[in-house]
Write a protein that binds this ligand. Structure first.
Ligand SMILES: Cc1cc2nc3c(=O)[nH]c(=O)nc-3n(C[C@H](O)[C@H](O)[C@H](O)COP(=O)(O)OP(=O)(O)OC[C@H]3O[C@@H](n4cnc5c(N)ncnc54)[C@H](O)[C@@H]3O)c2cc1C
Length: 489
């Protein structure tokens, strides 16, 4: 019997679990996929939004600004890459200028610090590659960038280091309240597609795109989630000097528009498109989407070299029908944390804290006051600790463990030792993409063309599973179908 079951191991479920892990509570995190952060939390713009875009008074505005203030410290604690590069919303016309002025006012109402409008000369000094047609821009010095999958993995990992149980491949298909359960105190019975069940006294629904279905399982039909597709192009690391700020166009009713931004790893991201669709599994990248991004970029930043694209991807925003985040408790002991579209990544630390407090209030009303754990680990080393060592320090590590001297991913310079280290940390990866998100091996120009076979071998050794069972990203995406030779000494 768990005290709390959190459904969904994206950045929101991860941050909530991390907060709850500081208390003497028995918590489980139930995730449908074979790894954490496989939903929106891995496929987004990776921006820590300053908070000028959300409507004043909304939950989005509140948690955006709070989350943006918390993010740097959270990333430091979790060993996650974060960079305060500042963001700007560029105006190309008089109408755009009016919108920029509106955003400045909205940002001030939301409590965003340091906002101002830069005119053309300053703007082009800040971003020399920007089109000469740009007339002015709203500058937000508190805007930042972060690694979103690392943030999710590390939040869940930290929760697990503090005792939270993660159950992967646990797709919740039914939730029933058993009034007689838990010695007559009542508990939820949470069933999975595999036929197993978990019992919990309290349930937190953080199931992203599927949070409406999960709420419906518990009898709450009050909201709907629709997917909104966002496609991206990723430029190679050589393009990293193209811009230093995150550069937005003025927003539309479909969102913040197509942006160009450096990433914390030195790539450049172009996108996202914005298109309402019906299929919650459709993460395909379309030709129309690519063309739209390229055509906008040619106007905005003519120096962009599309030849340096290394990969494409698509993320789905979980757009609710209320226009705001939905955080409520439609029935006792059940909390929805739904419709967490952008700026959900930015808001995640603040939402984690808020939902923890909400749960503590519910527990208190039921006469339960959990103590804070005496032995609680707040921090965790970066998965990239080896990369940031000096040459001398690296040589010492290699002398102790020669696998750190064996380069596996040539594009990103990632060693066998780093892959083995990542494979041993909570939560452990189970496939090639899991290793990619944790180490960056396969993220470079060749996208795993050279290193994937070696990573399969390392992962099968580390997980002690057959070589043939390793997939690219679960769901039967096998890489090897069998052995053609017997290995002998
Ligand atoms: C294109 C795009 C761009 C964005 N850009 C930004 C940005 O720059 N900055 C920003 O702040 N925000 C951004 N966002 C928003 C941000 O990515 C999301 O708000 C955030 O990732 C939501 O996290 P989540 O945990 O709620 O959802 P998810 O990451 O989707 O996690 C939900 C989890 O629940 C699991 N799940 C679903 N159903 C079940 C079930 N039945 N049983 C068990 N598990 C289940 C899923 O597998 C998934 O892992 C963007 C989003 C998109 C799509």
């Amino acid at each position: 019997m768990y005290d709390v079951a959190v459904i969904g191991a994206g950045v929101i479920g991860g941050m909530i679990a991390r907060e709850l892990a500081a208390y003497e509570l028995n918590v489980c995190l139930l995730e449908a996929e074979n790894d954490v952060g496989r939903g929106s939390s891995s496929a987004n713009s990776a921006i820590v939004h300053a908070g000028f875009d959300a409507k004043p008074g909304s939950l989005k505005a509140r948690f955006n600004v709070e989350g943006s203030r918390m993010m740097e410290e959270v990333c430091r604690d979790l060993g996650v890459k974060y960079q305060r590069n500042g963001s700007m919303v560029v105006a190309f016309s008089d109408d755009d200028r009016k919108m920029v002025e509106e955003l400045l006012e909205r940002g001030r109402q939301n409590g965003v610090e340091g906002l101002y409008i830069a005119e053309s000369e300053e703007l082009h000094r800040l971003e020399p590659n920007l089109s000469q047609d740009a007339v002015c821009a709203l500058i937000a010095p508190t805007g930042a960038i972060v690694c979103p999958y690392e943030l999710t993995i590390s939040a869940v990992g930290n929760a697990m280091d503090n005792g939270v149980k993660l159950q992967l491949n646990y797709r919740v298909t039914g939730i029933v309240f058993d009034g007689e359960g838990d010695n007559g105190r009542g508990c939820f019975i949470i069933a999975s597609s595999a036929g197993s069940t978990v019992k919990a006294r309290y349930v937190i629904n953080a199931a992203g795109l599927y949070s409406d279905s999960v709420a419906a399982m518990a009898g709450d039909d009050s909201f709907r989630i629709r997917p909104r597709r966002g496609e991206y192009l990723v430029l190679d690391k050589g393009a990293g000097t193209l811009c230093s700020h995150t550069i937005f166009r003025t927003p539309t009713k479909m969102g913040k528009g197509i942006l160009i931004t450096p990433t914390v790893d030195g790539n450049v991201l172009l996108g996202p498109t914005s298109e309402d669709i019906d299929d919650k599994r459709d993460t395909s990248v379309t030709q129309e989407g690519i063309d739209r991004i390229i055509s906008q970029m040619k106007q905005e930043m003519p120096a962009v070299n599309i030849g340096s694209v290394v990969t494409l991807f698509c993320g789905l925003r979980a757009v609710g029908n209320t226009g705001d985040f939905i955080i409520n408790s439609p029935r006792p002991r059940f909390i929805n944390v739904a419709a967490i579209e952008s700026p959900g990544l930015t808001s995640s630390p603040a939402i984690g804290q808020y939902v923890k407090n909400l749960l503590l209030e519910k527990l208190a009303m039921d006469g339960i006051v959990p103590r804070r754990k005496k032995r609680h680990i707040r921090t965790r080393p970066s998965l990239h600790w080896f990369q940031i060592l000096t040459k001398e320090q690296k040589n010492l590590v290699i002398a102790d463990d020669p696998s750190f001297g064996h380069i596996i991913c040539r594009c990103e310079g990632i060693t066998e030792g780093e892959i083995k280290y990542a494979a041993a940390q909570n939560p452990r990866p189970s496939d090639l993409d899991g290793v990619k998100r944790r180490t960056r091996a396969q993220m470079g120009r060749c996208q795993g063309g050279f290193c994937a076979p070696f990573i399969v071998r390392i992962l099968s050794d580390e997980l002690e599973v057959p070589f043939e069972s390793i997939t690219k990203n679960g769901n039967g995406s096998y890489i090897n179908i069998g052995r053609t030779k017997e290995i002998t000494d």
